[in-house]
Design a protein around this ligand. Structure first.
Ligand SMILES: C[S@@+](CC[C@H](N)C(=O)[O-])C[C@H]1O[C@@H](n2cnc3c(N)ncnc32)[C@H](O)[C@@H]1O
Length: 194
């Protein structure tokens, strides 16, 4: 099994979507081009995330990557806390947030397999997109989720599932041949598989 350090080094060497723009990180041009490309290539994301639905709510994101979805929640008025195990990704996210002068958005480095968060809990939404299946012990994160959420609030997670050996390889970026999209929306409906 890969260690947490292996996973961290992997994503530090290639932060997710880093090449969606050739502009300089932390510039408006970069932020805009990355967001445009992300939501063009994956138009299901805004629909799934419902960025405008969480204005005034407290959102925790698990696995921010370079911060595009966290920025979208914050631009729509949510109070956002977004973490990633990759320090390089977190640095890029912070530069992007600084360029936008957003004071309702905090990026932090964290391995979400650890229950103790560096911030207070009781989130209205816990959001994660394409992250948990990359963790060596995904069950640890699932076990933590309920302790971080407000009772009767939402946990939105988009992940993929496949047979275990493929998933292990995918922790290092090799996409499994057969995958299923696993979309978990706890509280509203127990577990949906597509
Ligand atoms: C495929 S990228 C997705 C990033 C972002 N959610 C997006 O959709 O662009 C997977 C991310 O999960 C992060 N990650 C993997 N294991 C993690 C863990 N245990 N805790 C926090 N982040 C983790 C990686 O560093 C990487 O940024």
């Amino acid at each position: 099994m890969p260690s947490n350090n292996d996973v961290k080094s992997y994503w530090n060497s290639r932060p997710c979507n880093i090449n969606h723009s050739s502009a300089k990180v932390g510039t408006m041009e970069y932020i805009k081009q990355v967001a445009e490309k992300r939501y063009f290539v994956e138009p299901h994301i805004p629909k799934f995330a419902n960025f405008i639905g969480y204005s005034g709510k407290k959102v925790l994101e698990i696995g921010s990557g370079i911060g595009t979805d966290a920025i979208s929640f914050a631009l729509n008025g949510a109070e956002v806390y977004s973490g990633d195990i990759s320090s390089v990704s977190v640095d890029i996210s912070k530069k992007n947030a600084q360029a936008l002068s957003l004071d309702n958005l905090v990026f932090f480095e964290h391995d979400f397999q650890n229950r103790k968060l560096p911030i207070t809990s009781n989130f209205d939404l816990i959001y994660s997109f394409g992250v948990i299946h990359h963790c060596p012990e995904p069950q640890l994160i699932f076990n933590n989720l309920k302790s971080w959420a407000n009772p009767l609030r939402f946990i939105l997670d988009m992940d993929f599932c496949a047979e275990e050996a493929s998933m292990k390889r995918w922790q290092f970026g090799q996409r499994p041949r057969k995958i299923h999209l696993l979309h978990i929306h706890i509280q509203k409906s127990p577990l949906k598989k597509f």
